[in-house]
Design a binder for this molecule. Structure first.
Ligand code: AMP
Ligand code: GLY
Length: 425
């Protein structure tokens, strides 16, 4: 199959590696990609935000399937342009991508579909915000409405800090003040063809920048899959997945379809397991990053078949995806200053040595180069690399991942040392 993957992060690198692992004969093109993806796919140049350009490219190169990784091209309507021309594309159109693009839209869909979620108040002024804080109480949860790369949300008991966050985002439009939900978080991905869904194996993301869940929210500093502790609460992973399919995924997919905006692509349910049941904290309209890096290495079913079936409206013919019993963890290496002000352009060393650790893959998130053959790569963004370890248990996976991470050199870089620490105990 000839597959075009749009994106340049570790998520897209993980998608490419999963496609590579299932069939060596796939021809995989990627735009814009990064230095790591260049080793596993052919990098091409096409403006990923320009639906017309992507459609022309896909036609000229007889692409069988386009996979859109990040949210920006989805919200820009790139999938609509492809679908109009009959090109199979995995990713929702502009209207359906509002599930991620607008938190207020997502709340409305959840209300209409009776999906369990936290109570939320729309605020357009500081007076609204103050009233909502009084009503909902501490800790305060403030969410910017639009895309904010994981930085639009603050959760704090410090009212002044919460008010400052609200004041920062209010000029850009209405914001949401939400009821605080307590409990462990789970990321669960559903492939959807607009009608039928197929769930992948759950993962947990580590959203805060520093060990012990301290520091600011980030795009995600690490992840692991599966979540063995779900068994105690729900009997089995399968029972948990079935519950979320019935209570969350199917009602949302049906509501989107009923509104004339069918959701074709990946529905990412960000969940909190509260004392009063599973509740949705957010939806994304694409694979999660870094969760994809731990979910896909465990997938046994060929990924291309699932993505093509979803893109073509044939998911019903696909059996439930199968996963290995191995566990996977990923640790993210971030540039100095991430998430506030990442320092970029610094040299990365030790990658070959890091990749030689058994059971480990190095996945690239923001790398470029080398400028000369044999030279070093440089970091080009906040989240630079992911070390992924796949082993039979979490203790072994952690040992291998951190052994590998210790071999990578990047001045000022930081990573969390507690990824999957508790589940390993
Ligand atoms: P979001 O961008 O909506 O996923 O929010 C980012 C992170 O903020 C989530 O992963 C949670 O850790 C936290 N968060 C968001 N909403 C809530 C909430 N209502 N209660 C508690 N924590 C939340
Ligand atoms: N890991 C969080 C996200 O992909 O949005």
């Amino acid at each position: 199959m000839k597959i075009l993957v749009l994106g340049s992060g570790a998520r897209e690198h993980a998608i490419i590696l999963a496609l590579r692992a299932e069939a060596a004969e796939h021809e995989i093109l990627c735009s814009p990609g990064n230095a790591g993806m260049a080793q596993d796919a052919t990098l091409v140049v096409v403006d990923q935000l320009d639906g017309g350009a992507v459609t022309t490219f896909a036609n000229e190169h007889a692409v069988d399937l386009v996979v859109i990784g990040p949210e920006a091209p989805l919200v820009a309507g790139v999938a609509d342009a492809l679908r109009e021309r009959g090109i199979p594309v995995f990713g929702p159109g502009k209207a359906a991508a509002q599930l991620e693009g607008s938190k207020a839209f997502a709340k409305r869909i959840m209300d209409a579909a009776s999906v369990p979620t936290g109570r939320a108040v729309r605020a357009t002024s500081i007076a609204n915000v103050e009233a909502a804080f009084d009503d909902l109480g501490a800790p305060y949860v403030v969410k910017a409405d639009g895309l904010a790369a994981g930085k639009g949300v603050i959760v704090t008991s410090n009212r002044a800090e919460a008010l400052a966050h609200a004041a920062h985002y209010l000029p850009a439009g209405p914001i949401l003040i939400e009821e605080f939900l307590a409990g462990p978080e789970v990321s669960l991905f559903f492939l959807s063809d607009g009608d039928t869904v197929r769930a992948l194996s759950p993962a947990q993301d580590f959203k805060r920048a520093y060990d012990g869940d301290e520091g600011p929210n980030t795009g995600g500093m690490g992840a692991y899959s599966p979540l063995p502790w779900l068994n105690e609460q729900f009997g089995s992973e399968q029972e948990f997945v079935e519950l979320v399919t019935e209570q969350v995924a199917l009602p949302v997919i049906r509501q989107m379809d009923a509104e004339g905006t069918p959701f074709i692509g990946l529905l990412y349910a960000g969940l909190i397991l509260t004392a009063s049941g599973v509740k949705v904290i957010e939806f994304n309209a694409r694979f999660g990053d870094p969760e994809t890096q731990v979910v896909l290495p465990r997938l046994i079913t060929p990924l291309s078949e699932l993505l093509l079936a979803a893109a073509s409206g044939n998911l019903e013919d696909q059996p439930q995806p199968k996963f290995s019993d191995d566990v996977a963890i990923t640790v993210v290496l971030a540039s100095e200053g991430y998430p506030e002000a990442p320092q970029t352009g610094r040299q990365i060393s030790g990658l070959a040595d890091a990749a030689s650790v058994e059971g480990v893959r190095i996945i690239h998130a923001a790398t470029a180069g080398p400028d000369a053959p044999g030279g070093d790569l440089v970091a080009t963004g906040g989240r630079v690399l992911n070390v992924v370890a796949v082993r039979s248990d979490f203790t072994a996976a952690r040992a291998q991942a951190y052994e590998s991470m210790g071999r990578i050199g990047l001045d000022g870089a930081h990573f969390r040392s507690d990824i999957a620490a508790r589940v390993a105990e």
